[in-house]
Design a protein around this ligand. Structure first.
Ligand code: GLY
Length: 383
């Protein structure tokens, strides 16, 4: 449990374990991890060479540091630079990546390094999953969102023209290196988008962590190293615990989708474009999930008010009014939610809450109430 404190513990690199039997792996969290990447990865290798998949924006900022860190551990690398952005998570880029790996003779004994945010982690992880029926890979996440969510837990894949993440595989990484220094080069908008996933952990299962974020989230956003480490560590700890209990999302892992049923519909409605980042969909979605929970009589109105207050204080996108451009009406958004993966037996699966830190999976939410919450949110855009 997160201690109910207002000060973060001192900064120190540390390792968490994702306990999955023979597929267990460590998550290293701390500053300076690029510089020691070679030392961390070397024990996994049979030959001192890795294939790095990254994107051009990350490469411009950090490729030289990663290459130097690998070289310091005696490791050479080939590097594939893909274009940045969600559009890269597609069949064509998957084919390009797999063919590039084959051309470099990456084999079952080798290691692929996914060096980037969620898009690169998902795509490179999936390429590793299907290459020669499964090659090991290491995640070096460069965004807050990837450090606290997508790099941990083995969900890999690409988007289909028919929907997000519809093609993929569970393929656990062999190691995750979350270098907190890399967060220093994120644009504030990207940092806050990732912070939505951090807040999600408090909201879904740890009220004390949410209280800690209320007191320290701004300090972390301003760059305080100890606060950032604590935020990433507690998030990864919670994710590791949930994934160890339910690796393939038969039960509890669905709690990690808090805010995502609404968020994915909003991302679809905005064409997966720069109008709304994934994490922004999650922050607005988390608040909608709490408002729906209050409207359904599951929690008090105080809970969504507190979520809204913290998200606004952080400068995050909070309501449907924060999304620029046109949106479908409430029926249109409901329809988009029925197309999401989170539909079971024709019913939309929501993650709702009895209070902050007490989320649960709900398969029979009264849809007319959810629709009313969306209609109320859309009305705010017009007023
Ligand atoms: N991002 C949700 C999960 O990994 O299950």
């Amino acid at each position: 449990m997160t201690p109910d404190v207002t000060a973060a513990p001192a900064a120190a690199p540390e390792t968490l374990d994702v306990a999955l039997g023979e597929r267990s792996y460590g998550i290293h969290i701390g500053p300076g991890l690029l510089a020691s990447a070679g030392q961390a990865i070397a024990p996994l290798l049979r030959r001192p060479r890795v294939a790095v998949v990254t994107e051009t924006r990350v490469a411009a900022l950090h490729r030289a540091a990663l290459e130097a860190g690998l070289a310091a551990g005696g490791i050479d690398c080939d590097v594939l630079e893909l274009p940045p952005g969600e559009a890269t998570k597609c069949w064509a880029r998957l084919e390009e990546t797999v063919e590039w790996l084959i051309a470099r003779k990456v084999g079952r004994d080798d290691v692929v390094v996914a060096f980037g945010g969620g898009v690169i982690g998902d795509l490179a992880g999936f390429a590793a999953a299907i290459l020669r029926r499964g090659v090991r890979f290491v995640q070096i996440p460069t965004t807050l969102l990837a450090q606290v969510d997508s790099s941990v837990g083995g969900k890999t894949g690409i988007n289909s023209p028919q929907g997000k993440n519809l093609v993929g595989a569970f393929h656990q990484p062999s190691l995750v290196l979350a270098d907190i220094d890399l967060l220093g080069t994120l644009a504030p908008r990207d940092y806050l988008a990732g912070y939505a996933e951090v807040a999600k952990y408090g909201l879904l299962g740890d009220a004390a962590f949410f209280r800690w974020l209320e007191a320290n989230g701004a300090r972390a956003a301003q760059g305080d190293l100890a606060a950032r480490i604590h935020a990433v560590r507690r998030s990864c700890e919670m994710k590791a615990e949930i994934v160890a209990r339910d690796e393939t999302e038969q039960g509890d892992r669905a709690l990690l989708n808090l805010g995502h049923t609404f968020g994915h519909a909003l991302e679809a409605a905005t064409g997966y474009s720069d109008r709304l980042l994934h994490g922004e969909g999650v922050s607005i979605g988390c608040l909608l999930a709490f408002e729906a929970s209050a409207a359904l009589g599951l929690c008090s109105q105080e809970a969504p008010s507190r979520v809204a207050a913290h998200f606004s204080a952080m400068g995050m996108r909070t309501t449907l009014a924060d999304i620029p451009g046109d949106l479908p009406d409430a029926d249109g958004l409901m329809e988009l939610m029925t197309q999401d993966k989170k539909v079971k037996d024709g019913r939309i699966v929501f993650v709702l809450a009895r209070d902050i830190g007490e989320a649960f999976v709900c398969r029979d939410a009264e849809l007319s109430v959810v629709r009313r919450v969306l209609a109320d949110g859309l009305r705010l855009r017009r007023d």
